[in-house]
Ligand binder design. Structure first.
Ligand code: AMP
Ligand code: GLY
Length: 425
């Protein structure tokens, strides 16, 4: 079959790398892709939000299945666009409907959904500009620190955690006055939860689900989880604290009620659900839903899937997920992000990357996150440039391998955290 994968990051390179290994694949296209994806498929220069151009690619290349990597096309209604177009309606999209994608696209929608389905999450209220005074009163009723979230997509920058009440009041006012544009017209204020986080992904066909390996990402730029938030500086899988007991609670209290809730509310959802979870003294709560896989978690999770990813995607879109195999590698995988110096603030691009050819000792895959190919060279093209993923019989061994491999790669002002996984062993 022919597959079109949308996206251009490390997540998409990992997905493309895995899809290309399937005996079921005839042709794999990636829109727009990066220098890494061009080695495992054909890149097409089309933006993930340009539905008309996507339609042309799909029809011209007889695509049988479309897979959305990032959230934006899903939140913008890619699934519904295909369903409503007579020439596309028989071509399945692995990803939720626009309504389903609101689990990520609107934090107040997600919180209200969890409230209706009695899914454990932080206590909250949402506010619009006309209710600023009510917002102040709710802030005053909560202990410090205060968690403020812009309702809509804000490229990972829409969550503020503020220790001082006065500062929180000021931020609430600024957000409701347009600090995050339309995304912040509604603000969710919630109780701060103190615990450890992990990322749980499930594939669902709307009726059944399959649990993918659990991962943990490291969002802050600095050592010891300090400094600015990034898209993620590393990831590991498995996560020692997400053991059998914890995961049983997660399935009973969170995953099943979510899938059943979507069904009960007639929300069409055939794709991946990302549960951003926090364990507070061993009890799981939902921090956020995403309607896609995580990045860089995917670069640690996908290498641990031994069975055919095309089978899993077919199960998602055809509604027979239950019958499809999902085999997991027992080994650990650790992913290290090599970033451009300055990221997540201003950084330079266009630097030549050296050392991409795998040394013979490496049990490692180097996924491209932000790269471009020019005149036979691979250049940096983003803040997060490469994702180095290694296997190990333990997490520690996997991390050692990734750090060893990172030492053989070079580009000007390359930066990476040296403490990924530090809190887990
Ligand atoms: P989000 O964009 O929803 O993933 O939030 C970004 C990060 O903010 C999360 O990964 C958490 O580390 C943190 N966060 C969000 N909500 C809360 C909360 N209620 N309590 C503690 N930390 C939170
Ligand atoms: N790594 C977190 C995310 O993909 O949202």
């Amino acid at each position: 079959m022919n597959i079109l994968l949308l996206g251009s990051g490390g997540r998409e390179h990992a997905l493309a790398w895995k899809l290309a290994q399937s005996p079921k694949i005839d042709r794999l296209f990636i829109a727009p892709g990066n220098a890494g994806t061009s080695h495992v498929g054909t890149n097409v220069p089309v933006a993930v939000t340009d539905f008309r151009a996507i339609k042309n690619v799909v029809l011209a290349n007889r695509i049988d299945l479309v897979v959305a990597g990032p959230e934006t096309p899903l939140v913008n209604g890619l699934y519904d666009f295909f369903k409503n177009d007579p020439s596309l309606q028989d071509i399945p999209v692995a990803g939720p409907s626009k309504q389903g994608a609101r689990l990520e696209g609107s934090k107040s929608f997600a919180k209200a959904f969890m409230e209706r389905r009695q899914i454990p999450t932080a206590r909250y209220k949402s506010f619009t500009a006309d209710a600023l005074e009510d917002g102040y009163r709710f802030l005053e009723s909560l202990p410090s620190p205060y968690v403020l979230k812009a309702d809509g997509l804000a490229a990972g920058k829409g969550v503020l955690i503020i220790p001082k009440l006065e500062e929180a009041r000021k931020e609430l006012r600024a957000m409701l006055n347009g600090r995050f544009g339309a995304a912040g017209q509604t603000v969710v204020i919630e109780e701060f939860l103190d615990g450890v986080e992990c990322s749980v992904f499930v594939a669902t066909d709307g009726a059944d689900y399959k649990l993918l390996p659990v991962a943990k990402d490291y969002k802050r730029i600095g050592e010891g989880n300090t400094g600015l938030n990034t898209g993620g500086m590393g990831a590991v899988s498995p996560v020692p604290f997400a053991d059998g007991v914890f995961m049983q609670k997660v399935e009973e209290r969170i995953i099943r009620p979510t899938i059943e809730g979507l069904k009960a509310e007639n929300i069409d959802y055939k794709g991946f659900i990302f549960f951003g979870l926090i364990s507070v003294k061993g009890e799981p709560l939902v921090i956020e839903y995403n309607c896609r896989l995580g990045d860089p978690e995917t670069e640690a999770v996908i290498p641990r899937i031994q069975s055919d990813l095309v089978e899993l995607l077919e199960g998602i879109v055809r509604g027979d997920l239950k019958t499809r195999p999902l085999e997991i590698d027992k080994r650990a995988v650790a992913t290290l992000i090599l970033a451009s110096g300055g990221y997540p603030e201003a950084f330079e691009t266009g630097k030549e990357i050296q050392g991409l050819d795998a040394p013979p000792w490496a049990a490692t895959v180097v996924f491209h996150s932000g790269t471009t190919a020019r005149e036979g060279k691979v250049l940096t093209g983003g803040g997060r440039v490469l994702a180095v993923s290694s296997y190990g019989s333990t997490l520690k061994e996997a991390l050692t391998q990734s750090y060893k491999r990172a030492g053989t790669i070079h580009f000007e002002k390359m930066f990476f955290r040296t403490d990924i996984g530090f809190d887990l062993y």
